[in-house]
Design a protein around this ligand. Structure first.
Ligand SMILES: Nc1ncnc2c1ncn2[C@@H]1O[C@H](COP(=O)(O)OP(=O)(O)OP(=O)(O)O)[C@@H](O)[C@H]1O
Ligand SMILES: [Mg+2]
Length: 226
């Protein structure tokens, strides 16, 4: 089943103080099916993160379409209303950024449990599963109740990943999720991604070390200078 059909997607930034348009990427087309993993490649500054942000709609694309087969029907991610995008983010489309945005006085365990609680899982079960994910990524249990504001970069990223992956999603966008992880956590992440892929979750990812995910990759999208 086709989950996402992207056609001639483009993003141009208007740089105000330069009074000009700067293209990030143009003419991107691909098809993604349930359970498929698309690796996005290209040099620094070519538009990889911008492409993922356009699909998650942190940025509004400048042109083209991204037809997503949601449970409610087909929706163009490039044009959909913000409320519909917000709904998809709660239920179907997940995004793993490079950095956690910790909030004051929210423990690591509760940050990870939050997406499950929002989906009406009971609090004890949400916390139990959150602990499961954190243990898997190797975050030591004596800091689960601590606030991630003071965590190291790698520890924050473990919380970030667990939070992004804990709730069921149909499409995951991954922007260099392994950049600050140790070898153990990288291996745990790859095995979790393999599990999700087997369950039919589709993924679009940028990886600093693509060899980490070589076994998961079904197709590659090479972004080029245009
Ligand atoms: N909000 C923004 N406003 C203006 N220009 C931007 C904005 N975000 C990104 N850009 C520009 O778009 C281009 C692509 O950036 P992007 O972050 O997508 O690259 P990337 O391929 O992810 O690079 P890297 O490998 O370094 O992560 C860059 O030239 C960048 O300066
Ligand atoms: Mg990037």
């Amino acid at each position: 089943m086709t989950l996402l059909e992207v056609h001639s997607l483009a993003k141009t930034f208007h740089i105000h103080h330069l009074q000009r348009e700067v293209p990030a990427f143009a003419n991107v087309s691909f098809t993604l099916r349930a359970g498929e993993f698309l690796l996005v490649r290209g040099p620094n500054g070519i538009g990889k993160s911008t492409l993922l942000r356009c699909l998650y709609r942190t940025y509004l694309p400048s042109g083209g379409s991204a037809m997503y087969e949601s449970r409610q029907g087909v929706i163009d991610l490039a044009r959909a209303a913000d409320v519909d995008i917000a709904q998809l983010r709660r239920t179907e489309i997940g995004n793993v950024s490079q950095f956690l945005r910790p909030r004051p006085r929210v423990s690591a365990l509760d940050m990870v449990a939050e997406p499950l609680l929002a989906g009406n899982t009971a609090i004890d079960e949400s916390r139990r599963m959150a602990g499961d994910w954190l243990a898997d990524f190797g975050l030591k249990s004596d800091i689960w109740q601590a606030y991630p504001t003071t965590f190291s970069g790698g520890e924050q990223q473990k919380v970030n990943l667990a939070r992004a992956l804990i709730a069921p999603r149909r499409l995951l966008l991954l922007d260099e999720p392994t950049a600050s992880l140790d070898a153990g956590a990288r291996a745990a992440l790859v095995s979790r991604l393999a599990q999700l892929k087997n369950q039919g979750v589709a993924m679009i990812g940028v990886f600093h070390h693509p060899e980490d995910v070589a076994k998961l990759v079904d197709g590659e999208l090479q972004l080029r200078v245009h």
